[in-house]
Design a protein around this ligand. Structure first.
Ligand code: AMP
Length: 278
């Protein structure tokens, strides 16, 4: 695995691969890698001749400066973790390479970002859409792999790739969880021991509510009960807990094919998100 930081070197590498007729898989990350990221790398490895992992903590997708400042940065450990997984290139540009002086363009998807995380994190999905568009164009990847953990992000990326005719295949990969159900996240590192113990309640209560809804219980009642159990379990705030269509993200009052439960909740100053099929 070679670490590359500048665009000409990346382009030269990918040019040679493409000349040889090889497919190129991209796994964009912000680092602090865990088994969820590695599952994306394995999916890319299985589907593509070459694999690029990008490591870039994208300042444009953080709506709160303190979140950006506290985001874990562990490049050396990340490179060690990736070593046995057959990654060809770790692309780790600095902010000036991605956003050089004078940078003035933003990619903004309409509609999908108006709800869920987008409604609570102003500008977040413009930042995501802009950096993902750039990473796709910088790498020239033929496939790119994203986690279903960030379901809304995955839908935004599918939309922009279709709308902008970017020649890349987007693959969504299932959420990787701890044994107790907590979805793996770089932010889990910031949970103290009591919060870490309480955090699996998010997935547990979502699964309970999803099961009840699937068996015919009222959506409003099931979600209200789940909200209050989350507060009892130690969450300080449930930002949203909603039943929505998986593709359009339209709010649902009753289960339908493709329906999912989406949640964001705060515990110990850490914001956790999750989503599951109903
Ligand atoms: P991040 O580094 O948080 O920006 O995430 C990079 C990629 O890893 C995104 O496509 C995420 O959806 C994906 N990802 C993060 N956590 C998980 C997880 N627990 N399971 C599967 N994919 C994940």
């Amino acid at each position: 695995m070679r670490t590359i930081r500048d665009l000409p070197a990346l382009r030269a590498r990918v040019h040679d691969w493409k000349e040889a007729g090889e497919s190129v898989g991209l796994v964009p990350t912000m680092g602090a890698l865990h088994a969820g990221h590695l599952a994306l790398v394995q999916a890319a490895r299985a589907a593509c001749d070459r694999v690029i992992v990008t490591l870039f903590v994208n300042p444009r997708q953080f709506d709160r400066p303190e979140d950006l400042a506290r985001y874990p940065r562990t490049e050396e450990g990340d490179a060690t973790l990736l070593q046995p997984h057959g990654v060809d290139v770790l692309f780790a540009p600095d902010a000036a390479t991605v956003y050089p002086p004078g940078f003035a363009t933003s990619v903004s998807v309409a509609g999908l970002p108006d709800v869920l995380c987008g409604a609570h994190r102003p500008g977040h999905f413009d930042g995501v859409a802009t950096v993902v568009t750039k990473l796709l164009l910088m790498t020239g990847a033929t496939s790119a792999f994203f986690g279903e953990k960030d379901w809304q992000q995955l839908q935004v990326i599918r939309r922009l790739v279709a709308d902008l005719n970017i020649p890349v295949r987007i693959t969504g990969c299932p959420t990787v969880r701890e044994r107790d159900g907590l979805a793996l996240s770089s932010r889990n590192q910031r949970l103290g021991p009591p919060e870490r113990l309480a955090a699996p309640a998010l997935h547990r209560e979502m699964a309970t509510a999803a099961g009840a809804i699937a068996r015919g219980a009222g959506v409003g009642d099931s979600l209200a009960a789940a909200r209050s159990r989350l507060i009892t379990a130690g969450f300080s705030q449930v930002e949203y807990l909603e039943l929505r269509a998986g593709d359009t993200l339209a709010l649902l009052e009753a289960p339908a094919a493709g329906a999912r439960l989406f949640a964001a909740a705060w515990i110990g100053g850490v914001r956790l998100i999750d989503n599951i099929a109903v």
